[in-house]
Design a protein around this ligand. Structure first.
Ligand code: IPD
Ligand code: CA
Ligand code: CA
Length: 277
């Protein structure tokens, strides 16, 4: 648990411009995604590393190229990390971390839970972000010190004090870490909890900030799935584990976000694997 997260000194940086850009690009990319989604039957779907569950389409690549190009034009000095096209200038103070479509498996199978996630990290800390969900007309966004919102409505995490008091988001995907999933679920159910998965780590993170879920645990998540959402969780009063430990930014880590009233209980249910390298 990390109640004392750093807040970077951003004097001299154009935060307003970057925040507006993040919101605009997430929205515009999501609208482009909607056009592909309407024609998803004719999209060519590839698999990553031969894994039939890990899919990608031309939509993912084109949306990322669009976002990356716009960021480069507006803030050429900033670094970049994207799921589809890799990284550049990771030593910069400002590094954009984006997932052009989070929930690709949902997208290609006609399920409405996918989104575009655009996050900005400053001095290693998630600083601002925007997550656009065009199927539900929701733009989640936030910036350190300014709060977190869905459209114009402020976000606040749940006031639950026990896992039996709400819905818990869960997920497991990568080979590494999946052995921790069923023991966690068993413990959660034993304590009266219930679980939810919608196939988008970015949306489930936003739902924690919005108080719709009391928490969200994924045995292993990548930074582009959650960086924008982590800003929302922090601004909405939630807690996170030490996700960026080790090679977390590039390789991912186990992941927990939750409202303060259940964080400790969830941490105990997951056990030491939560913060193991
Ligand atoms: C995936 C989603 C999913 C999570 C996976 C992610 P993608 O992202 O966030 O919910 O379980 O770990 O990889 O592949 O749809 O961008
Ligand atoms: Ca993702
Ligand atoms: Ca993705």
């Amino acid at each position: 648990m990390n109640p004392n997260l750093p807040t970077p000194d951003t004097s001299g940086l154009d935060i307003e411009g970057r925040y507006a850009l993040a919101r605009r690009l997430a929205q515009q990319a999501a609208q482009q995604g909607v056009k592909y989604y309407a024609q998803r039957g004719s999209l060519v779907v590839d698999t990553k590393e031969g894994d039939r569950q890990n899919v990608v389409s031309v939509a993912d690549r084109e949306l990322e190229d669009f976002i990356r190009g716009e960021l480069k034009a507006a803030f050429p000095e900033d670094g970049f990390l994207g799921e589809e096209s890799g990284s550049a200038s990771l030593n910069a103070r400002c590094v954009w971390v984006i997932d052009p479509i989070d929930g690709t498996a949902c997208f290609v199978n006609g399920l409405h839970t996918w989104c575009v996630s655009v996050g900005l990290m400053i001095d290693g800390e998630p600083y601002l972000g925007a997550i656009a969900d065009p199927n539900h007309d929701e733009l989640f966004h936030g910036c350190l010190g300014r709060g977190a919102f869905v459209n114009d409505t402020p976000l606040q995490v749940s006031d639950a004090g026990h896992v039996r008091e709400g819905l818990m988001g869960v997920g497991t995907f990568y080979q590494q870490g999946k052995e921790h999933f069923l023991p966690f679920l068993a413990g959660l159910l034993e304590q009266g909890g219930v679980f939810y998965r919608n196939g988008s780590g970015a949306l489930m993170t936003a739902y924690v900030a919005a108080g719709r879920l009391i928490g969200y645990y994924e045995t292993r998540l990548k930074s582009w799935d959650c960086l924008a959402g982590l800003v929302l969780v922090r601004e909405a009063g939630g807690l996170r584990n030490d996700f960026f430990r080790g090679e977390g930014l590039l390789e991912g880590n186990s992941y927990l976000v939750a409202c303060p009233g259940v964080y400790r209980q969830l941490e105990e249910l997951i056990g030491p694997s939560l913060n193991a390298i």
